[in-house]
Design a protein around this ligand. Sequence first.
Ligand code: FAD
Length: 374
Amino acid sequence: MIPPKALYDYLIVGSGLFGSVFAHEAYKAGKRCLVIEKRAHIGGNIYCEEINGINVHKYGAHIFHTDNDKTWEYVNQLVKFNRYTNSPIANYKGKLYNLPFNMNTFYQLWGVRTPQEAMDKINEQRNEFAHIIKPKNLEEQALKLCGKDIYERLIKGYTEKQWGRAATELPTFIINRIPFRLTFDNNYFNDPYQGIPIGGYNKLISALLEGIEVKTNTDFLKHRTEFSSIAKKILYTGCIDEYFDHRFGNLEYRSLRFEHICIDDTANYQGNAVVNYCEREIPYTRIIEHKHFEFGTQPFTVITREYPDSFETGKEPYYPINDNKNNLLFKNYQELANQQTQTLFGGRLAQYTYADMDDTITAALELWRNLGEK
Ligand code: FAD
């Protein structure tokens, strides 16, 4: 039931990008808003912890990129972006390769120098697995798409660590296609716009939430009755199964563990923001050196080793496992969500989906627009 004398028009549960964009729009339209956040800080997973002037991406490396002119304009009204271009390096048994797979990578793998030589080599590698007509698992799928060298050095170990399972036990849909770039271009994204907000992501969230009342360390689910009575409408951006007390069962996720290390006597640890570690024997998947996102010149550095982890209560839910079983479970929760009159659901946790930041912004703006509020 919608409380007749509510203090707020909107209670926004969660101060991540989705909740913050929605709150920004509602506030701009003159709505009385309260944002509550169970963590000690705002920003959700794009939050950065500042360590001696270096913005440390606490919940995983975030690089903003988009092909959407309107979304790019939207974020640029709030903050300016630097010219950071994501060009990760892969380390396999001490040898370095450029990503995404491009002419530099093919030269490093095989010594080929022209696009024709590279294509001939790729086809030769693939032909070895031409007998695989209908791949049964990720390993067969990848071998069919790119052959043995790329698969074994740059895909197998990394993917197995990421999912915590052997590639022969992983479904094919994880890798639908493997793009090959026949130019010497290490820019990971194809989008026309990318960068990091100057001063870090906290600036973006602060700009979105400027003027809006925010309460951190406040878990909606622990005070559900009280909070439901103070607002006409609620936007909930937390886990959808938690909202409904897991009544159909738990949605599954893959989690991550981060080991942040300050290195006082080193100004430049790895010369790049992102280095992937592709062999199975090294337990982490990547090392992030945060200062490179913002071209930092400090005489010290901060690195983070990223370890894939199983998910259980108390750990952060990072990647939804969108297999048939979980997608069906989510549908049940979604049907319940659709019946709610006071509460709207949005964001990656309530929609049980992976969404890049630009798509998160677009979805939040669309939800707001569809409400038709004046
Ligand atoms: P979140 O950021 O998770 O925000 C939800 C908020 O709700 C959280 O702060 C949470 O604490 C709060 N909350 C939950 N339950 C409650 C409750 N009961 N009460 C109060 N508060 C609650 N996108 C890119 O475009 N580029 C990248 O490079 C990129 N890298 C990524 C790396 C990783 C490891 C991951 C997992 C994602 C990455 N993304 C990237 C995606 C990006 O993180 C998301 O698009 C974005 O953070 C989603 O925002 P959100 O608000 O939906 O969710």
